[in-house]
Design a protein around this ligand. Structure first.
Ligand code: ADP
Ligand code: MG
Length: 321
């Protein structure tokens, strides 16, 4: 199978690569053409996943296809952008029809779930690596950035934390657990669900936002730095799933939530007056702390004592405290 046949069979033919709103020209020419409505801005983000670095060499290509697009789409959610399209740059060690079929199926499933259309890419030979670039639209000036959090705002997250990082020992076959726990955690790792509806609902409400990919503490550190504020996190308000708590227990589960990464849940700051309308609209908003004047990120226990971890991964925060 040659390069062009491969592109045609597995990607140009995929349902997610068919014409749709906002795509004036898709796969097949030197460039794709996107139509951006007047008054809107294009939000663009790229992520690369390298075999052996970001995922195990031998993993299910269907799940890999889902995950590769899911983690990129999460960046659109974090900016409050509406998904438009994506490109796929694929480097493959060999051409395997079975691998490509399953990968394209997983990619397509996530693409359709996120309303993203495949508009082009590149196909090369080499060690397995996947680069996805996503494009979304957002009304001019309305994108959610990391800068803008203000003292008095609430610090919130869009759901349970720690499952993605907690799943890693299962992904790497280093630990096992009962089937239902394993399934729940692995699903959160392999099939991250970008919080696109929440991100768009936060436009005009949240003062800052990002998606948690490196763990709550590290990512809150980005908001604190960009906004020039101090974030106080109340340890006991951090939401965690039953699967995570059952698998790890409270202390280790909390570690996964604080520094595990791979959650792709939104973290954002919100003026208190905006909370009710979001929760009554059924959106997943969990308040975990608040924004105060100062800098850095501080974790507080139920007595208000500073229990910010001192381990290496958090060094970054200690410096800014
Ligand atoms: P060029 O040499 O002009 O860059 P290519 O031969 O790389 O074009 O690609 C031909 C067409 O197929 C282009 O429209 C490109 O965007 C698309 N394409 C290439 N690889 C992929 C892929 N993995 N997925 C989707 N589209 C792809
Ligand atoms: Mg090319």
């Amino acid at each position: 199978m040659g390069e062009f046949e491969l592109i045609r069979n597995y990607f140009a033919a995929a349902p997610c690569a068919q014409p749709g709103e906002g795509v004036a020209l898709g796969i097949g020419d030197d460039c794709a053409l996107l139509s951006v409505p007047a008054g809107e801005q294009l939000a663009v983000s790229t992520d690369t996943l390298v075999a052996g670095v970001h995922f195990p060499d031998a993993c299910d290509p269907f799940l890999l296809g889902q995950r590769a697009l899911g983690v990129s789409a999460s960046d659109l959610a974090a900016m409050g952008a509406k998904p438009l399209a994506f490109t796929l740059a694929l480097t493959l060690p060999e051409v395997s029809a079975a691998w490509l079929e399953a990968f394209a199926r997983g990619l397509n499933l996530m693409a359709q779930g996120c309303s993203l259309r495949l508009i082009g890419g590149d196909t090369t030979r080499g060690p397995l690596s996947i680069t996805v670039t996503v494009f979304g639209t957002v009304p001019a000036g309305m994108a959610l950035t990391r800068a803008g959090a203000r003292p008095g705002d609430l610090l919130c997250v869009g759901g349970a934390l720690g499952d993605g990082g907690g799943a890693l020992p299962l992904v790497l076959n280093q630990r096992s657990s009962e089937a239902s726990t394993t399934q729940a955690l692995l699903a959160r790792y392999w099939s991250p669900q970008p919080q696109l509806a929440l991100g768009q609902a936060l436009r005009g409400n949240a003062t800052s936002a990002l998606d948690i990919s490196d763990g709550l503490l590290a990512d809150c550190g980005h908001i604190a730095l960009a906004s020039g504020v101090r974030l106080l996190i109340e340890r006991d308000r951090i939401p965690m799933s039953d699967a995570l708590l059952g698998f790890f227990g409270r202390d280790e589960g909390l570690n996964a939530a604080l520094s595990g990464g791979d959650d792709y849940v939104l973290a954002f700051t919100l003026p208190p007056s905006r909370l009710d309308s979001l929760t009554s609209a059924g959106l997943p908003v969990s308040v975990i702390g608040q924004v105060v004047a100062g800098q850095g990120v501080v974790l507080l226990d139920d007595l208000g004592q500073d229990v910010t971890p001192l381990t290496r991964g958090y060094q970054h925060f200690r410096e800014t405290r």
